[in-house]
Design a protein around this ligand. Structure first.
Ligand code: ADP
Ligand code: MG
Length: 477
């Protein structure tokens, strides 16, 4: 029997607001434990939450990008459970009326587009963090994260493989970064997902029982967890059993999923409307204003690079994977019309610079004007491509206050178009290789490449290759 894997995701995105969802505490990552905890974060009785408007704003931005229906009247609910890192004893979430309903996103899976439908997106808040293995037998609790604003994106069960999960997580990370609502950083926990996995006979029109693997915080783990889970379920079905609906934990060390709880003892969260927060009602006008101020979406920018600047699909993909290089490129092509050259410079020099230096592109030391002048030197044949990339560019980075032209001049990197000088280089090569000249003249025309190479060598790369070629052919007859 051939089986098909069916997966639906619940993706938690930590928003990059200044402060928490319902109070003014900072949400900055990595600070000393329990330093960002006011009475509200600590869940003291008698405190009152107040919605951070940015959270709602960000949710609307995401809804507009996904083509979801924006719910104008937003209400909140309490999701009750007891855990040490949840001081209030409940999370504030949206159970009955999520802010976004429906929508979809297109992802690329192994070069082919696939549309994943979105069930809904709701606002909620994060819990604190428990650390169980830092000081046995004690557990520690850090409440800095408690109350951090989250969006939970719930997809329809449209995914069919770990590769598609990977593609969706990559696309979501890219989208939230373009929207400027989250850094999408999985390592720091800004993006995590629960994977609902089931199998069914290929071609079946029903779904099998699903298991939910909780809190996967890296794509590598998600891939492994799904692989393991699919095999586990197949074994059960092939032995004539039924998969039990369960919530699972994945252990990255052993690579094995294990039950946290089964359907029977599933949490009863006793949802009820949050009495301390009044409904927040958006007007159509407010939504229209958010739409007007929407940043460009990744697929729009990609399309622009291909249509307006004639970049190859490959170059467009590389430049738009992250928003920073895409925006850098769009600013650069305001200074030059050599779009391909600008793309190549970005991909081969400027983006690697940021990576090697561990800096952002905002810190790149050369202005677009300087970069445009550099590109013009190559395009006009004043400096050879290899000298420009290998010598001139590093020199410009070393002395950003000097122009490309003056550096090329003072270092003697300008390509020679002086006919006499080039003539003399050609002469000396011809004189040095009489045998090769004879061979060329008796028909081995392929030797032209050899002569070219020799001339370029003694000119130290400065000879204009087109002219040299022409002079050589004239001289050799
Ligand atoms: P619940 O309300 O019990 O949490 P939902 O219907 O909201 O369940 O589904 C939660 C997630 O599980 C969604 O992402 C959905 O796509 C996914 N899902 C639902 N049924 C299946 C299934 N049979 N196999 C895989 N994923 C599923
Ligand atoms: Mg659910």
């Amino acid at each position: 029997m051939t089986y098909e894997t069916v997966i639906g995701l619940e993706i938690h995105v930590q928003l990059s607001t200044q402060s928490k969802a319902f109070c003014g505490d900072s949400i900055e990552f990595g600070n000393a434990p329990n330093t960002q905890v006011s009475a509200i974060s600590l869940g003291h009785p008698g405190t009152l939450p107040r919605l951070n408007k940015e959270q709602l704003n960000y949710a609307v931005r995401l809804a507009l990008a996904l083509g979801s229906k924006v719910n104008l009247r937003n209400t909140f609910d309490r999701k009750n459970y007891f855990y040490a890192d949840l001081p209030k004893g409940y999370q504030i979430t949206q159970d009955a009326h999520p802010v976004c309903v429906g929508g979809e996103i297109e992802v690329m899976v192994e070069g082919k587009p696939k549309t994943i439908r979105i069930h809904h997106v709701h606002m909620e808040e994060d819990a604190g963090k428990s650390m169980h293995d830092s000081d046995d037998p004690y557990s520690y609790i850090d409440l800095n994260r408690a109350g951090t604003p989250l969006l939970e994106i719930v997809t329809e069960p449209d995914l069919r493989s770990a590769a598609e999960v990977d593609a969706l997580m990559t696309a979501m990370r890219q989208l939230v970064r373009y929207l400027n609502i989250s850094d999408g950083n999985m390592q720091e926990g800004s993006m995590r997902c629960d994977c609902n996995v089931s199998i069914r006979p290929l071609g079946a029109d029903y779904y099998g029982n699903r298991c939910e693997i909780k809190n996967l915080n890296s794509m590598r783990y998600a891939r492994k967890a799904i692989q393991y889970e699919v095999q586990r379920q197949q074994k059960i079905v092939e032995a004539g059993g039924t998969v039990e609906q369960q919530t699972l934990n994945f252990d990255p060390v052993t690579g094995v999923t294990s039950p946290l709880r089964s359907k029977e003892d599933a949490h009863d969260y006793r949802y009820f409307p949050e009495p301390d927060l009044p409904p927040v009602v958006l007007t159509e006008q407010q939504v229209a204003n958010i739409k007007k101020e929407m940043p460009a979406l990744p697929w729009e920018v990609r399309q622009q690079l291909v249509a307006e600047f004639q970049l190859s699909d490959y170059n467009a993909d590389v430049l738009t994977a992250e928003p920073e290089p895409a925006h850098f490129f769009l600013a650069l092509v305001k200074a030059t019309n050599s779009y391909d050259a600008a793309a190549n410079l970005m991909i081969n020099k400027i983006m690697p610079w940021a990576k090697e230096e561990g800096k952002t592109l905002a810190e790149f030391p050369l202005s677009n004007k300087q970069l445009a002048a550099f590109i013009a030197l190559i395009e006009d044949g004043k400096v050879s491509n290899s000298i420009a990339y290998q010598e001139l560019f590093p020199a410009m980075l070393g002395t950003p206050d000097q122009s490309a032209a003056s550096l090329a001049q003072s270092n003697n990197w300008l390509q020679s178009d002086d006919e006499d000088e080039m003539g003399s280089w050609v002469e000396s090569v011809v004189a040095a290789f009489p045998d090769k000249v004879k061979a060329y003249q008796s028909g081995k025309k392929g030797l032209i490449g050899f002569f070219m190479g020799e001339v370029m060598k003694i000119s130290q790369g400065k000879a204009d290759p087109k002219k040299v070629n022409q002079l050589l052919r004239e001289r050799l007859g």
